[in-house]
Design a protein around this ligand. Sequence first.
Ligand SMILES: Nc1ncnc2c1ncn2[C@@H]1O[C@H](COP(=O)(O)OP(=O)(O)OP(=O)(O)O)[C@@H](O)[C@H]1O
Ligand SMILES: [Mg+2]
Length: 489
Amino acid sequence: MPKNVTPPTDLKASNDERPEGDDQRSPEPPEAVAAGAAGETTVCVVDDDASNLQSLETIFGREGFRVFSATGAKRALELCRKHRVNVVVTDLMMPGTSGLELLRALKQVSPESQVVLMTAYGTVETAVSAMKEGAFDFVEKPLKRASIVKSVRLAASHQKLLAENRALKQKIELLTHREIVGTSPALRRVLEVATQAAPSMATVLVLGESGTGKELLARFVHQHSTRAARPFIAVNCAAIPEAILEAELFGHERGSFTGAVARREGRFAKAQGGTLFLDEIGELSPAVQVKLLRVLQEGEYEPIGGDTVKADVRIVAATNRDLKREVQEGRFREDLFYRLNVISVTAPPLRARRDDVPLLVDHFLGVYCAKNSKPRVTPTPAALARLVAYDWPGNVRELENVMERAVVLSRSAELGVDDLPESIAQGDGDAPRGVMSFAVGTTIDEIELVAIRETLKQTRGDKALAAQLLGISIRTIYRKLGEGDAPGP
Ligand SMILES: Nc1ncnc2c1ncn2[C@@H]1O[C@H](COP(=O)(O)OP(=O)(O)OP(=O)(O)O)[C@@H](O)[C@H]1O
Ligand SMILES: [Mg+2]
C-alpha cells in the first residue's frame, strides 16, 4: 500500500538530533520511574515511516516528554502494556494493523491512554469515526509542530485527570471499605449465623446496642447473599420525619398529595432485586407498620396514589430497642415483629469481646492515618491496656471516634496514654458518673451536644431512653449528632 504521507517539512528541520529512543533503542527504565513522576509525560509514537518517527521523537524529546517509539501496532501495544503511557500518537494508515485497530486494542490494554491520530489528506473521514471510538484528537499531515505538541499536551492532561480520578476513587473505596474486624468467639458466632442466613430470602433482624456494628452486619448479609450485585439501600426510619416516611419508602405519583409535584420513586423501588435495610425499625409509626407488614406478607405494595407493585426486595431490619417489650407495651405490632424476626442476630457489645479491641485499634489507626495523610501511629502497650480495659458504652463507634481524634491530634508515631481522652486514660473510676460540668461561656449548642453524648453513655447508647431522659425526640438526637439519614435524592 502506498503511504500517502509527505514527510512533514515543518518537522524535518530538527532531525539532526539523536532521538530519545526507538523500537530497538528504547531505554525502558523500571516501571516505577516511567510511571512515577506525576508531572512527567510519556508519549508513544507509532509510524511505519522511519523518518517521520524520528522527527516526532525529536520534537517530543525537546518538549521534555519521555518518548517511546514503535514502527507498528504490535510493538506499541507491548510498550503500553509495560509502561504507563499518557498519549499514543499513531499514524492512521499503516501496513498490517491500522491506527484504528490499534486504538481499539489499546482501549483493552491501557484504557486511560489517550490516542492522537495522524491522518493524511483524504482520510479525515476515517479519523472522525476514530474520534467516535474514543480517539482524543487527530492532526492532519503534513504535521505542524505547534499543533501536534498542543494536541499531545491536551491529551496528556486529560489522561492525567482520568488517572487521578481513578486513584482517588480507589482511595475512597479503600477508606470506606467496611470490613468486619474481629476474631473473638462472640463475633464469630454472629458472623456464622449471618453467613448461613445470607443466601436465603429470610428477613433478618439485627439487634444490639448503639455502635456495635448493626449496619455493618446488615451489609455483610447483603454481600453474602445472591443479591450482592444488586443495590443495598439503607433507610434510617428514625431520622426521616414521620410525615414523609411512607412516601420515602413506597414512593408517590405526581399530584398524589399537596406538594407531590413530580412522581417519586421510593426506597423499595430503588432496592428492587437487592436488599432494603430498615434501620431503627422500632421508630416506625403504626401506619407505616401496617404497610410494611403487607409487603412482607403479600410481596407487594402501593406507591401513594399509584397502582400495586410487586416487590422483589430482601428486608434486613435493625434496632437497639427491645422490640419484644415494645410489642408488650403496644407500640409495635406483634404480627410485624414475628415477620421481621425470622432470623435474628445480636451484635455483641465491645466490652463482651475485649480481645477484638487491639485489632480494631490497629484497623482504625490505619484508616485514619491514611485518610489524614499522616505516618502510621501505633499505641504504646500502656495505652493499649487502657483501651482494652475501658468499658466502651458507645461500642465500636466510640472506639473509632477516639482513634480518629488521636490521629488528628497526633504529633508522633506513638499513641501514648496522654493522647487518650481523660475518661479512658484515667479509667472511668475517677470521673464522677452522671455529672456534667461546663466552663462559663460554653455555647448552648455545645452544652446540648455534650448533654446528649453523656446521656447516651449512661444509657449505653440507647437513644430512645436518652431521648426520654432529656425530654427531646429521638429525631432531635439524630439531628444534633449529625447522624441523620437525609431523605433521598
Ligand atoms: N467489627 C467491626 N469492624 C470494623 N468496623 C466496625 C465494626 N463494628 C462497627 N464498626 C464501625 O463502627 C461504626 C458503627 O457501626 P454501625 O453503624 O454498623 O453500628 P450500629 O450498630 O448500626 O450503630 P447505631 O445503633 O448507632 O446505628 C461504623 O463506622 C462501622 O464501620
Ligand atoms: Mg446503625
